[in-house]
Design a binder for this molecule. Structure first.
Ligand code: ASN
Ligand code: ZN
Length: 332
């Protein structure tokens, strides 16, 4: 639902959006009064501290180009707002720690820095400007991914290595997709791709594909006993694939103009239950049943328990969860 804001902005990726701002003397600051004064800072190429709050004299922010310093601030502030709204409105979660406190965001970290990251220590997320300082890592899915690391830390606290590390990464990709669908931006069509707007590969391809993770050249599609020994951004693949299968079902499908083709390990078809139901199950599993050492087998059990709570044991939805895990070679 559209919220009340005072400012209007133009992001590089989000397009024309509202941004929460607060008057300060004769200027405005990117401090969001609708979301616990969630703040957005300009690090101005620095790598420590908070830099300065984004400030503007007429409450019209950014122009869609990376040359305008405010543009990254618009995308980051919008991403933080959309993620706040998603967890609050959809899951009843009041902030990343469910304590009503807003995390803050820092844009323009370093020089040509090609990453973004969440830190529990500052309760903040940080965004680089990307290659040539013109491809900032400030898209909605990146913001939602990073903030969801905070949610994972505050809930299951999945250890960031081995299979639990892959599940930690997948949780961030899963909620990144869910936030995109919830926001429904015209300029950033909701999809099951991760990082499709930031052109991190320089050839227009996304960072990750949830329907068939191996399309990135490194991620795994299916669970195997060696999964826990690869990078967590690749061992996330099977869980991302599980989430796509559960949401949309197996096989070829076009969603919002994007074509997917999702295979299953056992060749058995999976019937999708919709991303909102799939995300409700994942959130309940994460916040109620998973622990720091949960592995893929444990994630299956956790999501089945969550599905039983929400939809009933052996309901069609519960059985779809089991089918989707079988589709990535868990529980066969
Ligand atoms: N952007 C990366 C991520 O969120 C940073 C990292 O490797 N932790 O996964
Ligand atoms: Zn991550």
């Amino acid at each position: 639902a559209e919220k009340v804001h005072t400012g209007s902005g133009t992001g590089q990726y989000s397009g024309s959006v509202s941004v929460g701002s607060t008057p300060s003397g004769s200027t405005y600051q990117l401090v969001d009064p609708d979301r616990a004064n969630q703040r957005t800072y300009d690090l101005n190429q620095g790598t420590s501290g908070t830099g300065t709050l984004f400030t503007d004299d007429n409450d019209v922010w950014g122009d869609g180009t990376p040359a305008n310093r405010q543009t990254a601030g618009v995308d980051v502030a919008f991403g933080a707002a959309a993620t706040w709204d998603y967890f609050k409105d959809v899951h009843g979660r009041n902030g990343i720690r469910n304590d009503g406190v807003a995390a803050y965001s820092r844009a323009h970290y370093g020089n040509s820095y090609v990453n973004a990251f969440w830190q529990d220590s500052c309760f903040c997320m940080t965004y680089g400007d990307g290659s040539g300082n013109t491809h900032p890592l400030t898209s909605l899915d990146v913001a939602a991914h990073e903030m969801s690391h905070g949610v994972t830390s505050a809930t299951a606290n999945l250890t960031y290595s081995g299979e639990s590390g892959g599940l930690n990464e997948a949780t961030s990709d899963i909620f990144a997709a869910a936030v995109e669908f919830d926001a429904g931006l015209t300029a950033d069509v909701p999809d099951y791709l991760v990082g499709e707007k930031i052109d991190i590969n320089g050839n227009g391809t996304p960072l990750r594909y949830m329907d068939k993770p191996s399309k990135d050249g490194s991620s795994r599609d299916y669970w195997s006993s060696t999964l826990g020994s690869i990078d967590v951004h690749y061992s996330s693949g099977p869980a991302n694939h599980f989430f796509y299968l559960l949401s949309e079902g197996s096989g070829a499908k076009t969603v919002n103009g994007v074509a997917y083709d999702s295979p299953t390990y056992d060749g058995q078809a999976v019937t999708g239950i919709g991303i909102e139901n799939a995300a409700a199950i994942w959130y309940r599993a994460l916040s109620t049943y998973m622990t720091s050492s949960t592995n893929y087998a444990g994630a299956r059990t956790a999501t089945l328990s969550a599905a039983a709570d929400l939809f009933g044991a052996y309901s069609p939805t519960y059985l779809a969860v089991a089918d989707a895990w079988a589709g990535i070679n868990v529980g066969n």
